[in-house]
Design a binder for this molecule. Structure first.
Ligand code: ADP
Ligand code: MG
Length: 309
C-alpha cells in the first residue's frame, strides 16, 4: 500500500481514546476499507524514522488473533504532526462497544463467548510474546470483533519510541495495569494476564469491577491504591462455572511470580480446553448483537427475540 492522506477517503469516526482518534477510511487505489488511528506526535525527524523502523515489526506479527496491520505514515496539518496507523477494520466493534450494546438489550455476555474471548486473547498474547512483545494495554476496547466473528487483539506496545513521542500526558496510565506495573516494578508476560482477568469480569458484568459496586467514588490515585491493596474481584459463582471462576481468579493473582503465563493457561486450564472444543457461531452472535437486517444474515436460526450467547 502507498498510504498517504491523498490516497485515503475518511468515511466516519469510529471512536476516540486518550491518545488518538480512529476513523473508518477507504484506501482508494485498492478500494480497501481500513481503520486509521491518528495520534499527535512531537515533530522530530529522527524519532519518526525510528518509529517507522519499530513499526515494521507489526508487519511480521501477523496472526489470526491479531488485527492486521497495513502500514503507517506521517501526516501534517495546522494542529501539528500525527502518525497514522492503518489496520484491519473490524466491523463487529470492540468488546467494550459490544458489552455496552448487550447491556442496552438487557442481557449479559455468557460463558461460551467469554471462553472464546479468553482463548483468542491467550493465543494472541502467546504469539506476541514469541516476538518478545508484551501487549501492555489489554482491555475491552483493544479486543476487536470482525464481521466474521473473529476475536483479535490490537494496540499493543510494539514501539517504545512511539510511546515516547506521543504528544499527550498520562500515556500508559490505565486501570487495567497489574499491581506490579502500578508500583513501577519490572513486568513481564504475566502482567497482560492480570488485564485479561479484569477484562473478562468487566465484559461479563457490563461494568469495570473496581471499585466494587456501592463503594464511594475514588480519585485516580485512590483507585490505583485500591487495586494494589484491596481484595481482587471475582466472577459470580452463581452465574459461571467453577472452571470459569477459577480461570479468572488465577489471572488476578496479585503476586506476578505466582500468576500463570499465557502459555500455561492456554495449554493446561480446563476453561480454555472447553472453550476450544466448543462449536460456537460467533458470526451469527455478533450479527445478533448489532441486529443485521434479516436478508443479509447468513444464520438460519436467528430471530429478533434471540438473546446474545
Ligand atoms: P481506546 O482503545 O482507548 O478506546 P483507541 O483510540 O485505541 O482508544 O480506539 C478508539 C475506538 O475506536 C475503540 O474503542 C474502538 O471502538 C474503535 N476502533 C479502534 N480500532 C478499530 C478497528 N480496527 N476497527 C474498528 N473499530 C476500531
Ligand atoms: Mg485502543
Amino acid at each position: 500500500y502507498q498510504l498517504s492522506d491523498e490516497n485515503i477517503t475518511v468515511m466516519r469516526k469510529l471512536g476516540e481514546g486518550s491518545v488518538g482518534t480512529v476513523h473508518k477510511v477507504e484506501y482508494r487505489p485498492k478500494r480497501k476499507i481500513m481503520a486509521r488511528k491518528l495520534m499527535a506526535v512531537y515533530p522530530d525527524e529522527t524519532n519518526h524514522r525510528q518509529i517507522m523502523r519499530e513499526l515494521k515489526l507489526l508487519k511480521q506479527c501477523q496472526s489470526p488473533y491479531i488485527v492486521k496491520y497495513y502500514g503507517a505514515y506521517f501526516s501534517e496539518d495546522d494542529d501539528g504532526q500525527s502518525i497514522a496507523i492503518c489496520m484491519e477494520y473490524c466491523e463487529g466493534g470492540s468488546l467494550e462497544s459490544v458489552y455496552k450494546r448487550v447491556a442496552k438489550l438487557g442481557v449479559q455476555i455468557g460463558e461460551g463467548v467469554l471462553g472464546k474471548v479468553a482463548l483468542a486473547v491467550l493465543n494472541g498474547l502467546v504469539h506476541l510474546h514469541s516476538y518478545r512483545v508484551i501487549h501492555r494495554d489489554v482491555k475491552p476496547s483493544n479486543i476487536l470483533v470482525t464481521g466474521r466473528g473473529e476475536i483479535k487483539l490490537c494496540d499493543f506496545g510494539v514501539s517504545g519510541e512511539l510511546v515516547d513521542s506521543i504528544a499527550q500526558t498520562f500515556v500508559g496510565t490505565s486501570y487495567y495495569m497489574a499491581p506490579e506495573r502500578i508500583q513501577g516494578d519490572r513486568y513481564a508476560v504475566q502482567s497482560d494476564i492480570w488485564s485479561l482477568g479484569l477484562t473478562l469480569i468487566e465484559v461479563s458484568q457490563n461494568q469495570f469491577p473496581f471499585p466494587p459496586p456501592g463503594h464511594p467514588q475514588l480519585s485516580v490515585i485512590e483507585l490505583l491504591e485500591y487495586i494494589i491493596h484491596m481484595p481482587v474481584p471475582h466472577m459470580d459463582p452463581a452465574k459461571f462455572s467453577a472452571d470459569c471462576c477459577d480461570f479468572v481468579s488465577r489471572c488476578l493473582i496479585k503476586e506476578p511470580s505466582q500468576r500463570p503465563t499465557p502459555t500455561t493457561l492456554l495449554t493446561t486450564h480446563p476453561f480454555i480446553s472447553t472453550a476450544a472444543s466448543k462449536n460456537l457461531n460467533l458470526k451469527s452472535w455478533i450479527e445478533r448483537v448489532w441486529g443485521v437486517p434479516k436478508s443479509s444474515s447468513s444464520s438460519s436460526n436467528s430471530n429478533s427475540n434471540s438473546r446474545p450467547a
